[in-house]
Ligand binder design. Structure first.
Ligand code: GDP
Length: 300
């Protein structure tokens, strides 16, 4: 995975220098923390997240756990690892299903973030696990969006509920509600609702997404964010949290050569866990997100 490549190299280099030292002086710790700080900022991690992260690492690295350690440098690496796991969300968070079917999952995010592709990936994965998902095309903004979801659904072998062709300027709230009703009638146990995105955050889009949320009362609202979105990710995530709110995050395009800033910022900024990582254009390129594995990858 190309994401985190530079960050990973920089941290490896920092730790290599650290390992040449025996006992660590406060100056060694400060130097190391400064390098970590620079590496994170260069990887587009949000400033508030960098500050909090380096503050915690510094405090712990100057404390007894390092002072008394047999291998102080190794102990600092361990602390960085633990703090990385923490900012990535700590424990793995799985998709939550409703007690009574259907489970309703709504997708939100900017246009091009990877929502429709993720809808297909999730449907395919859920089918493999024995579920019977119904994809609902409530993105009526882009002329081709309904068609694109139909194509993805077909590739995933999943059923789709879409407004009639030519009826594309209809009401997305109604489509979402009818989609859930259809799932109930046809006994699909999961409904995945694809919603409209814009190139930038806008009030009308938020209102529409918020209205859909109110109408279908989803079990999960997943915010799909392009891992390449860098520093913008923070503002986008905050805007979606205020406008619609979401229960979890999907990081898409983690296979690209993004620096990883969005991945490392979004959970701290919003308090919402990353549930999936999307790692390619193919429908099988979807992984459950594990904070500990991601931290290990960064520190590899
Ligand atoms: P939407 O507008 O949010 O529905 O975004 P789409 O699902 O249409 O995705 C936009 C573009 O990103 C498409 O060309 C997808 O093939 C591509 N894409 C989506 N997810 C991924 C991913 O995980 N990795 C890569 N490399 N491309 C992706």
């Amino acid at each position: 995975m190309a994401t985190f490549g530079t960050l990973s190299d920089r941290l490896t280099e920092t730790f290599r220098n650290l390992r040449t030292k025996g006992k660590l002086t406060p100056a060694d710790v400060d130097g190391t923390v400064r390098e970590i700080r620079r590496a994170l900022l260069d990887a587009d991690v949000a400033l508030v997240v960098v500050k909090e992260f380096t503050g915690k690492v510094r405090e712990r690295a100057l404390g007894d756990e390092v002072n008394k350690a047999l291998n102080p440098a190794q102990q600092v690496v361990q602390i960085v690892n633990e703090e990385l796991v923490a900012i990535l969300g700590g424990q793995q968070r799985r998709l939550q299903f409703a007690k009574t079917a259907p489970t309703v999952i709504m997708l939100a995010g900017l246009q091009g973030s990877g929502k429709t592709t993720f809808a297909g990936k999730l449907a395919k994965q859920l089918e493999k696990e024995g579920h019977t998902p119904l994809l609902v095309a409530a993105d009526l903004q882009r002329p081709n969006a309904v068609n694109q979801l139909q194509v993805v659904a077909q590739q995933a072998g999943a059923a789709v509920y879409a407004p009639e062709p030519g009826n594309g300027v209809g009401d997305p709230v109604r489509v979402a509600r009818d989609g859930v009703e259809t799932a109930r009638r046809q006994q699909h146990d999961v409904v995945i609702i694809d919603t409209a995105g814009r190139l930038g955050v806008d009030a009308e889009l938020m209102k529409q997404a918020s209205n859909i949320r109110t109408a279908v009362d989803p079990d999960e609202v997943l915010f799909v964010i392009d891992a390449m979105s860098g520093q913008d990710a923070v503002n986008t995530a905050k805007a979606f949290q205020e406008g619609v709110d979401f229960t979890g995050v999907v990081l898409s395009k983690l296979d690209g050569d993004s620096k990883g800033g969005a991945a490392l910022s979004v959970t701290s900024i919003t308090g919402r866990p990353i549930i999936y990582a999307s790692t390619g254009e193919g429908l099988d390129d979807l992984e459950a997100f594990h904070p500990d594995r991601m931290a290990s990858r960064i520190l590899d």
